[in-house]
Design a protein around this ligand. Structure first.
Ligand SMILES: O=P(O)(O)OC[C@H]1O[C@H](OP(=O)(O)OP(=O)(O)O)[C@H](O)[C@@H]1O
Ligand SMILES: Nc1ncnc2[nH]cnc12
Length: 182
């Protein structure tokens, strides 16, 4: 994709993302990806732009795409198909059967526990982590730690939106890239 088209498509997407002040708590400005996903052209553009970014970063050679529950589950499997990779979920505690590894974490507006199935990734597999958004980096940081515990080779994390002022990538041990910053 040529760089002028890339930039204008991103700028158009950014303009269409709706923001909700004081949701889900006072002081949080909630950036709602569903306001663009419902538009078929925007959904297609998001996918194309994410693939273009992955190609630019040379992150294409991956075995597994990991997605974070729940909004990460929308984009991760779509990208896994494009990259000819498998999809592995990281879920909130108590939802995955079998032996799981867990980690407690804090995000912009609450705390929780994340889990991954122990047999879902093999030692040395190349992993790309996908989520909709990075705020404090709590969720992606915890996911990287879970994957380190499975001896995975995390190539990087790609998100659609980054909340720049929170400097979330500092809390993530793998490289973090985003398409749109607020
Ligand atoms: O960088 P952080 O501070 O960790 O925040 C980012 C996370 O917050 C949201 O998840 P959340 O679990 O709140 O909601 P969801 O279940 O709708 O994805 C979002 O989808 C990211 O995963
Ligand atoms: N400000 C925000 N908007 C949407 N999702 C979020 N997850 C964490 N912080 C968020």
């Amino acid at each position: 994709m040529d760089s002028t088209l890339y930039e204008s498509t991103l700028s158009d997407l950014k303009d269409k993302i709706k923001s909700y002040p004081d949701f889900p708590k006072e002081g949080i400005v909630f950036r709602d990806i569903f306001s663009v996903l419902r538009d078929p052209a925007c959904l297609r553009n998001i996918l194309d732009l994410m693939v273009a970014k992955i190609e630019l970063l040379k992150w294409t050679d991956v075995d597994v795409v990991v997605g974070l529950e729940s909004r990460g589950f929308i984009l991760a499997p779509l990208l896994a198909v494009k990259l000819n990779a498998g999809f592995v979920p990281v879920r909130k505690k108590g939802r995955l059967p079998g032996v799981c590894k867990e980690i407690a974490y804090t995000l912009e507006y609450r705390s929780d526990v994340l889990e991954i199935q122990q047999d879902s990734i093999h030692q040395g597999q190349r992993v790309l982590i996908i989520d909709d958004l990075i705020a404090t980096g709590g969720s992606l940081g915890a996911t990287c730690k879970l994957l380190s515990g499975l001896n995975a080779n995390v190539v990087g994390c790609l998100v659609l939106l980054e909340l720049e002022q929170l400097h979330g990538s500092k809390n993530v041990e793998a490289p973090v890239e985003s398409l749109i910053t607020f």
